[in-house]
Ligand binder design. Structure first.
Ligand code: EGV
Length: 372
């Protein structure tokens, strides 16, 4: 049995397996209409060369933000910054916070590269339990300590979504304490409950805010994607300066491709994707049904990942047994970055996969768990 440094290092081990149920990236087959967009890439290339970058970028932005109801996203210069990935956007955000503050409140649990990036720029992390974000107030003492509160919604791996009412409450508290409210909405596309206009709520509150949007989890585009770093006029962080330290821009070809995938999604592809993920979730749940001590911990989740509680079995032992069959899941300890023990006995299964591969992986998981 091996213990590995971080979740992404577990994900590396799975990359070459056809039974990779590990990372949260989209690895299902292209739909027929998405395949046609890929065939269009040479003409998107030719078109991108002809048009001003700002125009290609604005079209991509409006297609993507509009798809999820984010109509009040800011239009001003430099307010929506395209990055190669949401982790690059995260790094830029983190560096810009580190210059103004020494601590940040961070949702617990969440994917471990977020705490690692924040720690990497020297910030002290204070956990904010997911539960607290959904009821009650943020701790007043905590609010005096931090420069920002960072919240992933829908959360990874739990799929929990901050409702419009709750976002209003959190934003008001951040406004009161002059704390930046930062949202990571990378899994937004999967859950219509996260499609209310977040920017309208944030702007109305008057708080300083940052949002990281992502195209990367939705469509099987071979890691061609955009993480958008969005900030309020009054954010008071050197986001644009740090961005300019790291990149000039992303490829207009990728921006055009994102626009076309967003248009396809608006024309029915998004509903199809939601059905696809729901079908894969049902497949995993059915494959594991009636095994003793198995629990689906996030019954309402619509994210493209599923947490499976395996009771008193060791998830590292289960991970090892699975990997011997070339099937790769994620043990959840490291999502609980402030208290890893709480992730014991939990595996995360990726659902954005071809159903046939998922079926083999889930059947193998059943066999492995039945023997433990
Ligand atoms: C997930 C991979 C990074 C991350 C995967 C992820 N790790 N970027 N260091 O993109 O849920 O599997 O978020």
């Amino acid at each position: 049995m091996i213990e590995i440094g971080n979740l992404t290092q577990y994900e590396f081990l799975a990359l070459n397996s056809p039974l990779n149920l590990s990372d949260g990236h989209a690895r299902q087959e292209l739909t027929p209409s998405q395949s046609r967009i890929i065939e269009e890439l040479p003409s998107l290339w030719a078109d991108a060369i002809k048009r001003p970058v700002s125009e290609v970028e604005a079209d991509s932005r409006s297609a993507f933000f509009g798809l999820f109801g984010q109509h009040s996203y800011p239009r001003g210069e430099g307010r929506v910054l395209p990055c190669y990935s949401s982790s690059v956007a995260m790094e830029i955000f983190a560096r810009s916070v580190a210059g103004t503050s020494d601590a940040i409140g961070l949702i617990h649990p969440t994917f471990d590269n977020i705490p690692d990036i924040l720690r990497g720029v020297g910030l002290r992390l204070i956990p904010v339990e997911e539960e607290v974000l959904h009821e009650g107030d943020l701790d007043p003492y905590l609010m005096t300590q931090v420069g920002a509160i960072f919240v992933t919604t829908p959360n990874n791996p739990t799929g929990r979504v901050i409702s419009e009412e709750r976002l209003r409450v959190l934003a008001a508290q951040c406004a009161n304490y002059d704390v930046v409210l930062a949202l990571d909405t990378c899994f937004r596309g999967f859950d219509t409950r996260a499609h209310y206009d977040h920017y309208a709520v944030l702007e109305e509150s008057g708080c300083r805010w940052v949002v990281i949007e992502d195209t990367g989890k939705l469509w099987p585009t071979l890691e061609l994607k955009i993480g958008w770093l969005v900030s309020s006029e009054n954010v008071g962080l050197p986001v644009e300066k740090v961005y300019s330290d790291i990149l000039l821009g992303v490829s207009p070809l990728v921006m055009s491709m994102v626009r076309r995938f967003a248009e396809d999604a608006a024309g029915g592809g998004l509903a199809e994707l939601h059905d696809f993920i729901a079908g894969n979730r049902a497949l995993v749940r059915a494959a594991l049904a009636d095994l003793p001590e198995i629990e689906f911990l996030d019954p309402d989740s619509r994210a493209s990942v599923e947490r499976v509680g395996i009771g008193s079995r060791s998830n590292l032992a289960a991970w090892t047994a699975l990997s011997e069959h070339n099937v790769f899941a994620l043990p959840c300890q490291k999502f609980f970055w402030a208290d890893p023990a709480r992730g014991e006995g939990i595996l995360r299964i990726a659902l954005a996969r071809p159903p046939a591969a998922l079926a083999v992986g889930a059947a193998t998981l059943r066999t492995v768990l039945a023997e433990m």
